[in-house]
Design a protein around this ligand. Structure first.
Ligand SMILES: O=CCCCC(=O)O
Length: 451
């Protein structure tokens, strides 16, 4: 089998295989990206690059059905969700096209000696993006678009199960008018990725992926003195502290846990409910999870056989260690994994500190805000969190004490192109999206004038 293959997780059928890049192709990609950085990125304006991003935004929308069909087959995303992802990626391109000039404007500094001083934000060169399969367009969009508008060029090494979305993305950038070398797709092997990270023409690396791969990439980047941004796993809490609408809280928890078939870094993996709401919440959550339908497209198959085997083993391990299933059965049909809720989880169980990448929620009861905070912070991860709490001051107080990169009050789905995304602890470091994300790989060049 080729190193990059499209295997439909719903049927197991292999549709296409693609060979890994040759070393000559890697060299050609690197030199194109470097040449385009020097000859195009450094000589065009932010406004000119942003105009191409606007065209890219339009193309994401024009081609959304074709793009959706590709990822539906590569990683099983239900078609309506896949169309939504293509549209969201287009909206990221449009938002950066709109805000780039403002976000990249010179920043005047107030300095003691009164000399005129300012930061000018410029690109630094070629940046490598190592991208995951769970949102094949959105994850690449939020890496590549801000970087190219800033004045960098990018090399993308997409997930090995996503070769056709990888090629479709490269085509989109080309058709939007970006020159060859601005966006380079490479089907690189692990050895070639290491070589690219070490190459002097590359100035940084952005990875969205697992904690294990994050450690390898960070080590290689560190050895080569390259900056990296790491967007890794998560075991986000969904805290229910205070609400007069349990039905709405349940609906949002289902959305938080089931979105993308539970395969989101910031999915609401640990549902934590104050005891006064617990019985009603848990009964309604159980019913809502039981009501999720594969046939109606509420969720899709897991992305691959290995993902299914891994999740099944994690849940089996939890049950062997004493956890209980509230709903679900841990008996996948092919890669279709029945949405599941597990309870009675204790800190000594492996699953307590693991990420469950699929439609499996952990449900906890707590007696106080303090207990909720302690439970939330006992995870090795620290990506996002959701707090359901009608008292917004209390929500903010609790949010202040969470060791996470993002606190969403009142809803799960508050990500957006203009707000930064990222975490702390084993969820990684650095941010994507928004002005903060756009500046991760910027040369923050200082200008000072003696008079
Ligand atoms: O795996 C990470 C996906 C992030 C989805 C979002 O932005 O909400």
């Amino acid at each position: 089998m080729g190193a990059f293959a499209v295997i439909d997780p719903a049927t197991g059928a292999t549709h296409a295989e693609y060979p890994a890049a040759t070393d000559a192709e890697v060299e050609a990609g690197l030199s194109a990206a470097q040449k385009t950085y020097q000859e195009w990125a450094r000589t065009t304006t932010v406004a000119e690059r942003a105009a191409l991003a606007q065209r890219l935004a339009d193309l994401f929308v024009e081609r959304k059905d074709k793009l959706a069909a590709i990822i539906n087959r590569e990683m099983g995303k239900p078609l309506h969700q896949a169309v939504g992802e293509a549209e969201f990626s287009g909206s990221i391109a449009a938002a950066f096209a709109e805000h780039a000039e403002e976000w990249l404007a010179d920043e005047e500094l107030e300095v003691a000696d009164g000399l005129r001083s300012f930061f000018r934000y410029q690109g630094v060169g070629v940046i490598l993006g190592i991208m995951p399969w769970n949102y094949p367009y959105y994850q690449v969009a939020r890496f590549a678009i801000p970087n190219i508008i800033l004045g960098n060029t990018v090399i993308v090494r997409h997930a090995s199960q996503c070769p056709e979305s990888a090629l479709a993305l490269e085509e989109l950038f080309r058709d939007a008018g970006f020159p060859e070398g601005a966006y380079v797709n490479l089907f690189a092997t692990h050895q070639q990725i290491s070589d690219i990270i070490a190459d002097d023409r590359v100035q940084g690396v952005s990875l969205t992926g697992s904690e294990q791969v994050g450690a390898i990439v960070a080590e290689q980047a560190g050895r080569a003195l390259k900056k990296c941004v790491l967007e890794l796993g998560g075991a986000d809490v969904f805290l229910v502290l205070d609400t007069d609408d349990i039905d709405l809280a349940v609906k949002k928890a289902v959305m938080g846990r089931m979105g993308n078939t539970g395969q989101s870094c910031n999915g609401s993996k640990r549902i934590v409910v104050l005891d006064e709401y617990f019985d009603e919440f848990s009964a309604k959550f159980k019913a809502a999870i039981a009501g999720q339908s594969y046939e109606n497209g509420d969720f899709g198959p897991l992305s691959s056989d290995s993902a299914t085997r891994f999740l099944t083993a994690q849940v089996r391990g939890a049950l062997e260690q004493g956890a209980e299933i509230l709903v679900g059965n841990n008996e996948p049909q092919g890669n279709v994994f029945t949405p599941t809720v597990i309870t009675n989880i204790t800190p000594s169980m492996d699953v307590y500190s693991e990420e469950l990448f699929g439609p499996v929620a952990q449900l906890y009861k707590v007696g106080s805000d303090e207990e909720a905070i302690k439970l939330a912070n006992s995870s090795p991860y620290g990506l996002g969190s959701v707090i359901i709490c009608d008292d917004l001051e209390r929500a903010e107080r609790v949010g202040n004490q969470l060791d996470v990169g993002m606190v969403f009050v009142g809803a799960y789905d508050l990500s957006g192109a203009d707000v930064p995304f990222g975490g702390v602890k084993k969820s990684g470091y650095g941010r994507e999206l928004g002005k903060v994300g756009m500046l991760e790989f910027a040369n923050k060049k200082l200008f000072r004038f003696a008079k």
